[in-house]
Ligand binder design. Structure first.
Ligand code: UDP
Ligand code: MG
Length: 313
């Protein structure tokens, strides 16, 4: 196998129900491109038959297929990072295994690449997610864009294309919990976006709960920006200014009008409000400290049990 032009990286976690359909559409779509390509599947510690199905597929198409088998479940983004570390293509495309994004649309991404862009993001043409996901992801998108300055119309869509240079740069980063489209975007020189198709998940269930979506967004905010912390010092400044005014007012009032007892509950309300803000601030500090802790430990991001690939001489 000489160095291929295109590498497709696909993380797989408990996808036994979708893999056959994925193979049936992905391989013909890539063969039709008439360019040298490779597909890297990363089995992220699936507990179902995914690993067996992948190794079977490796034997069917060992000319273009490589399989990395993880020693446990390390999460979608670390799986993709392992794929990046082994990718050899000039252009690297990430794709989910669940067929929510049609593999037939890969040429759309490549076409932008040929125009000279080095990062091709994607926007789902028609979303088939539940309404709360729709509303929540829209609001988060806006907030994220303001805070991190990363422009992604549709952060939930993983089907994207990256240049060799971007992937090399990502390979030099040793980040533990990252969000690949955002990390890649921060290294892109000439990013663009295209609209691609979007379908229901072919089979199986989404691996993400509401909790992990909230986690992901915290990772995005605190991983790519310190604005939340800075906002906090701003807020702290404003509040202490406000309470200073309040104290002066109460002192003056006491001197001229006398002590007041009726206003006690107003003061309670203000105190609870300030307490809430202080707790939130401690929470945000915790987010950053947690990240620092993870980085400082410097543990391996993933463990590979084995790699199936054709020996190239
Ligand atoms: N995935 C993974 N490890 C995980 C969770 C998910 O490799 O711990 C893979 C999964 O197999 C799929 C992709 O990441 O190929 C996206 O997952 P999913 O479709 O469940 O996410 P959603 O589309 O619901 O955001
Ligand atoms: Mg999906």
């Amino acid at each position: 196998m000489s160095a291929p032009k295109l590498t497709v990286v696909i993380p797989v976690y408990n996808e036994e129900a979708t893999l056959a359909a994925l193979f049936a559409r992905l391989y013909p779509a890539l063969d039709a491109l008439h360019t040298a390509y490779e597909i890297i599947f990363i089995n992220d510690g699936s507990r179902d038959k995914s690993a067996a199905i992948l190794s079977q597929q490796f034997h069917v198409r060992s000319d273009v297929t490589r399989v990395i088998l993880f020693n446990g479940n390390f999460g979608q983004h670390r799986a993709i990072l392992a794929g990046f570390a082994h990718a050899r293509g000039e252009c690297i495309v990430t794709l989910d295994a669940d067929l929510q994004n049609p593999p037939e649309d890969i040429p759309l991404l490549l076409a932008e690449f040929d125009k000279g862009y080095d990062y091709v993001g994607s926007i789902r043409r028609k979303r088939h997610d539940s309404w709360w996901r729709h509303v929540a992801s829209r609001a988060m998108n806006r907030l994220r864009e303001r805070i991190t300055r990363i422009h992604m119309t549709d952060q939930g869509c993983m089907m994207r294309a990256y240049s060799r240079r971007i992937v090399d740069t990502i390979n030099q980063c040793n980040e533990m919990n990252t969000f690949i489209p955002a990390l890649a975007y921060s290294f892109a020189q000439n990013p663009t976006e295209v609209v691609i198709g979007h379908e229901e998940r072919h089979a199986g269930e989404s691996k993400y709960s509401l909790y992990s979506l909230i986690r992901l967004n915290f990772d995005l905010m605190t991983g790519f920006s310190v604005v939340p912390l800075q906002l906090f010092s701003m807020l702290g400044m404003l509040l202490s200014l406000g309470s200073a005014v309040l104290v002066v007012y109460l002192v003056v009032r006491r001197l001229f009008i006398g002590p007041e007892a009726e206003g006690v509950f107003t003061l309670f309300a203000i105190t609870f409000f300030l307490l809430g803000i202080a707790l939130f601030g401690i929470g945000i500090l915790g987010e950053y400290i947690g990240r620092i802790y993870n980085e400082v430990r410097d543990r391996p991001r993933y463990l590979i049990a084995g790699i199936l690939e054709h020996k190239s001489e």
